[in-house]
Design a binder for this molecule. Structure first.
Ligand code: SF4
Length: 76
């Protein structure tokens, strides 16, 4: 279970094949992975998040990186 970070993926992402593929590719620590057709956040990798924002650049508000250590603040 993640201690520091959690990632929320909006339902709208699931119907966007290009965006799903892009998210898998951009995250430097493999937090996004395809489970069959569904994009998921890899629980074991969540705390490796570098706060690089590359996923936010790709997905905008369809992805949220939540800083559990900072009162659940969203990475902007
Ligand atoms: S902020 Fe960077 S490291 Fe964290 S989930 Fe997004 S792409 Fe991955």
């Amino acid at each position: 279970m993640s201690l520091f970070i959690t990632v929320e993926i909006a339902d709208a992402v699931q119907s966007d094949e290009a965006l799903k593929k892009q998210l898998v590719e951009v995250c430097p620590v493999d937090i996004f992975a395809l489970d069959g057709p569904r994009l998921t956040a890899v629980e074991n990798n969540l705390d490796e998040c570098t706060l690089c924002r590359l996923c936010l650049d790709a997905a905008g508000d369809k992805v949220a990186v939540i800083k559990l250590y900072d009162g659940n603040a969203r990475l902007e």
